[in-house]
Design a binder for this molecule. Structure first.
Ligand code: AMP
Ligand code: MG
Length: 484
């Protein structure tokens, strides 16, 4: 073990019941090379890599060298993948430990692509460079869009190839998360029928993410309700910026309410609720517009795993759970409505608001309007959406909207609100693909430019017009891959 560069490990997961994890180190890689380090994130975590050689940093961030205080382990979990229950676990990730930042906040530091574990099933435990850079860029973009997410600290190439459809460069991503507790973690313990471990896990999750619930009468119910609130907030925010997660399996739903596990995720250009990019989502289970209902489905699986702690009488537990889950629809609809009001600068509450939203969605869909730019157009009248703007129904809609805004007490506030809720830049799929394509060949300039742009998604003065446009028809990305 070597000195710590500001890492202050204080590991708690390792003290949980033994069945929840397997202690093991990452599998060493041949020739690690640092390709990107997130300096801003490192600074906020109180980490300092600046005095090390690039070689040493690469050794650390690939897992070849372990930092003092780390206690590497792979976590066990299950998940419903596309509706089917599977025993999973960290098949290609290792939790190095929990780091306390200068504000004493606790962060999981995890390596992804770090070699085989007992949970690898048939997999090689490795990751390819493209998907790891993809997670880096999209997770950072989501963060700067003001949406809860895991972060990316670094990507290191391994000097080894990974075999997918072809040979690809191998890489390791360092992921930072407020924890890696998933709905699937609870499903795993429930499947083992270990009620004592389940209780411990509920207490642990509350302590780590919802300390205000420590004295709740029924902790399982309190935890469930809090997770539901955060998940609703998360999915509403994804919808706000046209994000499609792509694999909302229960193992990819975090108890903290952060976005996690970036695979075939992508942003929608033209508004269509049926939009799906993922190459493995054949039936559109995780389409843009299906995300709310899938959120509810996943939460139902979560509460099922808590049944033994909700009531000793299974029937009673089920009834309580059903009632709680039934609240989701109204809670979601309210949160979504509020978010859309912000996007449209609607401050006062008017009877016409909901209808106007529905009308706008219909008009965007009919005219294949770019979602992001339609809202930006309402702010500054700048981005041309020819088909939409020439639609007589949209002209009527826009006139009504302007009149509607005058019902707010202060029109200045409406614009301020709209600017805050409507990004100028989202990582457009074709731009992401282009940047990754170049990076895989060793040219990182486009990747780095994209990293810069996504840091200021609400800033119109960046002069990066090209990055605000949807893909031209000749360059549309139809499929994204999870790269496992
Ligand atoms: P994901 O689709 O990334 O959420 O992964 C689903 C499950 O497959 C998790 O248990 C992963 O750890 C596992 N997995 C994904 N890729 C690999 C791989 N290359 N080797 C071993 N396990 C993997
Ligand atoms: Mg996953």
């Amino acid at each position: 073990m070597i000195k710590n560069f500001g890492f202050k490990f204080d590991n708690t997961y390792v003290d949980l019941p033994e069945i929840m994890a397997t202690k093991l180190p990452p599998v060493a890689v041949k020739k690690p090379k640092l390709v990107v380090l997130n300096q801003t994130l490192a600074d906020s975590l109180g980490l300092d890599f600046s005095e090390n050689t690039d070689e040493l940093n690469a050794e650390i961030l690939s897992g070849n060298k372990l930092i003092e205080g780390s206690c590497p382990l792979a976590q066990a979990y299950c998940g419903h993948q596309f509706g089917h229950f599977v025993m999973l676990g960290d098949g290609r990730a290792i939790l190095l430990g929990e780091h306390l930042d200068p504000k004493q906040q606790r962060w999981d530091i995890q390596l992804k692509g770090s070699g085989r574990t007992p949970y690898s099933r048939g997999g090689d435990g490795r990751a390819a460079l493209g998907p790891m850079l993809r997670e880096y860029i999209i997770s950072e973009a989501i963060h700067f869009l003001n949406i809860p997410t895991t972060r990316s600290l670094a990507v290191v190439t391994t000097g080894e190839d990974v075999l997918r459809e072809t040979n690809l460069k191998g890489a390791v991503l360092t992921r930072v998360a407020s924890s890696h507790l998933r709905v699937g973690t609870f499903q795993y313990i429930a499947a083992k029928q270990d009620i004592s471990a389940l209780k411990t896990l509920v207490d642990y999750a509350i302590q780590r993410h919802y300390p205000e619930l420590i004295n709740a009468e029924n902790k399982a119910i309190a935890l469930f309700s809090a997770v539901m609130t955060r998940q609703i907030n998360l999915i509403v925010n994804w919808m706000r910026v046209s994000f499609i997660h792509g694999v909302m399996n229960t193992d990819n739903m975090s108890i903290s309410g952060e976005s996690i596990d970036y695979g075939p995720c992508a942003f929608m250009d033209h508004y269509d609720t049926k939009t799906v990019f993922s190459s493995i989502d054949h039936y559109g289970r995780y389409a843009y517009g299906s995300q709310p209902v899938i959120g509810q489905w996943n939460l139902a699986r979560f509460i099922e795993s808590l049944f033994p702690l909700i009531d000793r009488d299974g029937k009673k537990a089920e009834k309580i759970a059903n009632d709680l889950i039934a609240n989701y629809e109204d809670l979601f609809a309210n949160a979504f409505h509020k978010m859309m009001k912000n996007k449209l600068g609607m401050i006062s509450d008017e009877d016409q608001d909901k209808r106007m939203m529905t009308d706008l969605f219909k008009l965007m869909h009919k005219n294949q309007a770019d979602y992001t730019n339609t809202f930006r157009y309402l702010i500054n009248g700048k981005f041309p959406q020819e088909k939409l703007l020439n639609d007589p129904d949209f002209i009527i809609w826009e006139a009504e909207w302007k009149k509607r805004l005058s019902k707010n007490q202060n029109s200045e506030d409406a614009y301020k609100l709209m600017i805050k809720y409507n990004p100028v830049f989202i990582p457009r799929n074709h731009k992401v693909e282009e940047a990754l394509f170049e990076a895989e060949k060793g040219n990182f300039s486009k990747f780095l430019l994209l990293c810069k742009i996504i840091k200021k998604p609400y800033d119109e003065d960046l002069n990066q017009e090209d990055y605000t446009k949807p893909a031209p028809a000749s360059n549309r990305v139809y499929k994204t891959y999870c790269g496992t």
